[in-house]
Design a protein around this ligand. Structure first.
Ligand SMILES: O=C(CO)[C@H](O)[C@H](O)COP(=O)(O)O
Length: 201
């Protein structure tokens, strides 16, 4: 996908507990890192993200995004540990979680550097985009003009304009890209929509 124009590789880490699905862990990141210098954007859909910080740092992850729902007690320690391992901290929230829950993490003296707004229930690819999540993106963009705002779930040519015009600037796309006969065309469409919207915001 990097050859098709993608900027990052998004890695979905699922523990079979926080979400009802199990995917990859640090060993896969470590193997991948041997073959690429690409930004590995790791989304930790796990119940105990703190346990994963050291292994992911050692494996060569670039970004480490944890879920706010499981980090209410220890997000400050998490952010500090993620940064100390040379990774970029992000926070994600599920569709049912109010956007206000991430504000303290963005406004902290030691802040997260990206907010990932889930636009499907985490756990599986190929689900339908939830347009009602765009209120969260709009609220974030209004409050934090230069924050990286990522959206994940059901993004593709038919939904990108909603996300881009709301203010999302990091787009995760699975099915729409991997299932396309010409992935490069889809990536270019997504990028163009974000770039055009940024000029209008
Ligand atoms: O995190 C995810 C699910 O938890 C996936 O990254 C996301 O759903 C992207 O897949 P698709 O573009 O097919 O919706």
């Amino acid at each position: 996908m990097l050859n098709c124009g993608a900027d990052w590789l998004h890695m979905d880490i699922m523990d079979g507990h926080f979400v009802p699905n199990l995917t990859i862990g640090a060993p896969v990141i470590e193997s991948l890192r041997k073959h690429t210098k690409a930004y590995l954007d790791c989304h930790l859909m796990v119940t105990n993200p703190l346990d994963y910080v050291d292994p992911f740092g050692k494996a060569g992850a670039s970004g480490f995004t944890f879920h706010v729902e499981v980090s209410k007690e220890n997000w400050q320690e998490l952010v500090q540990r993620i940064k100390s391992k040379g990774m970029r901290p992000g926070v994600a929230l599920k569709p049912g979680t109010p956007i206000e829950e991430v504000y303290p993490l963005v406004e902290s003296e030691n802040p997260v550097e990206m907010v990932l707004v889930m636009t499907v229930e985490p756990g599986f690819g190929g689900q339908k985009f939830m347009p009602e999540m765009m209120d969260k993106v709009r609220a974030l963009r209004k409050k934090y003009p230069s924050l990286d705002i990522e959206v994940d779930g059901g993004l593709g040519p038919s939904t990108i304009d909603m996300a881009a015009s709301a203010g999302a600037n990091c787009i995760v796309a699975g099915s729409s890209v991997f299932g396309a006969p010409k992935p490069a065309h889809v990536i270019s469409h997504l990028r163009k929509s974000v770039e055009e919207s940024q000029q209008n915001i």
